[in-house]
Design a protein around this ligand. Structure first.
Ligand code: KG4
Ligand code: ZN
Length: 383
């Protein structure tokens, strides 16, 4: 008989619920995004996020049960994201999860959001009939995190059918997360929020044939690699964002187009199709150069981390893992390095609850449960 876990995720600006069977089969996966609410502020407003989670949590869980064709009484356990994340946002999911668990007399499983992102990779691998070998290096790269972990198996004795993993942090961003850099640069260029998806698409419009040029034009600026003092596997993205800012200030020729795009955004014209004609070749080339710099840093640091532990696989997860150029750069490097690289599908890259229910499975089997004293931990560490 399979173990079916209802997962609830509310750590940031997505209210999500999902049912996953035995940690690997997604029976339902429902995500209510709050992008429309936070868009006009250019980032997530914590108070608004909590309020929206409160409005969405009941219908989202109900929809997850409907899609899974199950009653709440049929689930074996309820998993909730304990942290890291916004405290008020986490509190909504935790309180609802606790209440459901108590009312239904089901076990409650606390899950680290970052471990969820790792399991998003396994969900996709399972779907594709693939299996990653350990040790692995996992890059979690999103709007809130840019962090590298060594992932090792602590239990796979053949007698058990679940996989217990342990994590060691190898490097992390010292300032902005990579997704945050995308969002801030998109704001500077008046390209809306979130920045990642649109910059990704605009970057590919201007991507080079093969000679490094963009649309025939040379990049208006070159962003060099950031040298890190101390831990060489750490990241820094705020310098890159500032370099874009200074470049824009030094070149007033960008400002007229920025003003025009700002007006378009004000009219709600925020799609790629609407904004592309408002970007000239120089802007497209600047975006391409920014993306090239982000991707190069993420790939180089991850490959360096993988070499230090002789990793068998590379796992890449989080919202920025949806990036087209990042995916193709990793895939190219993997071919030449004999390491296998794994990504979640695009839907599982961004925040969702299937990854929370999946991560909960081994905890459930190991009896790592919580009671009604469970509290959010906004800075929860992954080990
Ligand atoms: O994992 P996620 O949904 O939420 C956080 O935990 O932050 O990631 C959202 C982030 C945003 O910063 C967004 O701009 C970025 O992921 N993102 C992308 C792409 N799609 C989303 N960044 C680059 N390229 C993309 N295609
Ligand atoms: Zn996340």
């Amino acid at each position: 008989m399979s173990t079916r876990i209802l997962g609830i995720e509310s750590s940031c600006d997505e209210t999500a619920a999902a049912v996953v069977s035995d940690g690997l089969e997604v029976l339902s996966n429902v995500v209510a995004s709050q992008i429309e609410i936070h868009k006009k502020y250019g980032g997530v407003v914590p108070e608004l996020a909590s309020r929206e989670h409160l409005r969405q949590i009941v219908p989202v869980v109900r929809e997850a049960m409907t899609q899974a064709k199950m009653q709440l009484t049929e689930v074996d356990a309820i998993a909730v994201t304990q942290g890291p994340g916004l405290v008020g946002a986490l509190l909504v999911g935790i309180t609802y999860g606790k209440t459901l668990a108590a009312a239904l007399k089901k076990p409650l499983i606390p899950v680290n959001h970052l471990e969820g992102h790792v399991h998003a990779v396994f969900l996709e691998a399972h779907r594709a009939g693939r299996k990653g070998e350990f040790p692995a290096v996992c890059l979690i790269v999103s709007g809130g995190h840019t962090v590298l972990y060594e992932v090792t198996e602590t239990r796979n004795d053949g007698a058990s059918d679940y996989q217990a993993l342990s994590y060691r942090k190898m490097g992390q961003t010292r300032d902005d997360a990579a997704g945050e850099a995308y969002d801030k640069v998109a704001k500077l260029l008046a390209l809306g929020y979130p920045g990642g998806p649109i910059l990704d698409r605009l970057s590919s419009v201007s991507s080079a044939p093969s000679n490094g040029a963009t649309n025939g034009a040379t990049p208006p600026v070159r962003f060099g690699p950031t040298k890190m003092r101390g831990n060489a596997l750490d990241f820094s993205f705020s310098g890159l964002k500032t370099a874009v800012l200074y470049h824009l200030r030094e070149h007033p020729e960008y400002s007229e187009d920025i003003r025009i795009r700002q007006e378009a955004l004000g009219r709600g014209e925020n799609t790629f199709e609407k904004l592309l004609p408002l970007c000239d070749g120089q802007t497209l080339a600047l975006i391409h150069e920014f993306q090239r710099a982000v991707v190069r840093t993420l790939v180089e640091q991850t490959m360096a981390a993988a070499e230090t532990i002789s990793a068998e696989s590379i796992l890449v997860s989080g919202g920025v893992a949806a990036n087209t150029e990042l995916r193709s750069a990793f895939e190219k490097r993997a071919v030449s390095s004999a390491m296998e690289v794994f990504f979640p599908s695009r839907a599982l890259s961004t925040d969702n609850a299937a990854m929370i229910a999946a991560a909960a499975y081994s905890r459930f089997r190991a009896g790592l449960l919580a009671d009604t004293s469970l509290n959010p931990d906004p800075a929860l560490i992954l080990r």
